[in-house]
Design a protein around this ligand. Structure first.
Ligand code: PMP
Length: 304
């Protein structure tokens, strides 16, 4: 259970235990809510900094626009709320969860005037995948398919859409592996349950393009930037499941997992069956950016 001293809700800090949402809230029934997942890191110089705060909050507002939801605060106010929550809870490192959800009034599907409930909370971060992302995780092609571009709004983080990710993740765990790889409706590799995917072919880094049904992840973008800065060629292009079986390396990227090596797909070892050199190089570069000592572009790092 997540515990905290306080959260920010509808304009100010509130005791965490008092942050309630009514059972008739529209978003609980129909999944019309938007959210973000953001990391704050303690850096090697002892300071704490949030990674790509403005970019995450911009995406939160873009997700809301996709849903026709008006968040009744400015992006700058939500950014400040994130920092306030970290400070008030004494978190030098943690995971931030901004959430805007359609609240209670009408439960008619066409309701337009329900209030939007806006909240931010944070908690100390436990690495997912059992911390196995450095040793490498096992993945399986999912029986769930990322939706058609006109049925799933994959560029938005909409709460209701995550039922699909949860089902895919549960299926993977039931099959005895760590993660799911979802294909798109054309059969091309799309992404993980909540991660983007990269593969190394012939020393070049490949990742599905943003017109595929994927979330354009901020970690994905950071990895592409770092790879190009360090002379690794990046190709944004679709590839098939069977080409993954021949990849030299495969890894997932996401705020939660950072860069997680994939060591096995559908029972077949990836490369030598452990993190390859490109994965390890990018993991090291990414860690230096988020934790220091590297000083990335100022808008990537917001001091707490
Ligand atoms: N795809 C999906 C579906 C996700 O939920 C996430 C996590 N936000 C990602 C990819 C990775 O995005 P990011 O690197 O911005 O966390």
């Amino acid at each position: 259970m997540i515990t905290a001293k306080s959260a920010w809700m509808d304009g100010g800090l509130v005791a965490f235990d008092k942050c309630n949402l009514h059972i008739s809230a529209f978003g609980l029934h129909y999944g019309l809510g938007v959210f973000e997942g953001i990391r704050c890191y303690q850096r090697t110089d002892g300071t704490s900094a949030v990674f790509r705060l403005q970019d995450h909050i911009r995406r939160l507002f873009q997700s809301a626009a996709t849903c026709g939801m008006q968040i009744p605060y400015t992006p700058a106010q939500i950014e400040q709320a994130c920092l306030e929550v970290l400070r008030d809870n004494g978190l030098t490192e943690g995971y931030l969860r901004p959430l805007a959800i359609t609240g209670a009034e009408s439960l008619g599907l066409g309701a337009l005037n329900n209030p939007i409930v806006t909240a931010v909370f944070a908690w100390p971060w436990q690495p997912p995948l059992g911390g196995a992302q450095h040793a490498g995780v096992k993945a399986q092609i999912s029986s769930f398919v990322r939706g058609h571009a006109n049925s799933s709004m994959m560029k938005a983080k909409i709460t209701g859409q995550y039922a699909q990710s949860v089902l895919a993740k549960r299926e993977a765990l039931r099959l005895g592996v760590d993660e799911a790889i979802l294909l798109d409706t054309q059969g091309y590799v799309a992404e993980g349950s909540a991660q983007n995917i990269f593969a190394v072919f012939g020393g070049q880094l490949f990742t599905p393009p943003t017109h595929a049904p994927i979330l354009p992840g901020l970690t994905r973008d950071a990895v592409i930037t770092l790879a190009k800065q360090h002379g690794i060629a990046v190709v944004e292009s679709s590839f098939t499941r069977d080409s993954l079986y021949h990849a030299e390396e495969v890894f997932f990227t996401g705020t939660a997992v950072e860069i997680a090596a994939v060591r096995e797909i559908d029972g077949r070892p990836v490369g030598a069956g452990g993190p390859g050199p490109v994965t390890r190089q990018l993991q090291a570069l990414f860690s230096e950016v988020v934790r220091g000592p590297a000083m990335p572009a100022p808008h990537w790092i917001t001091g707490v």
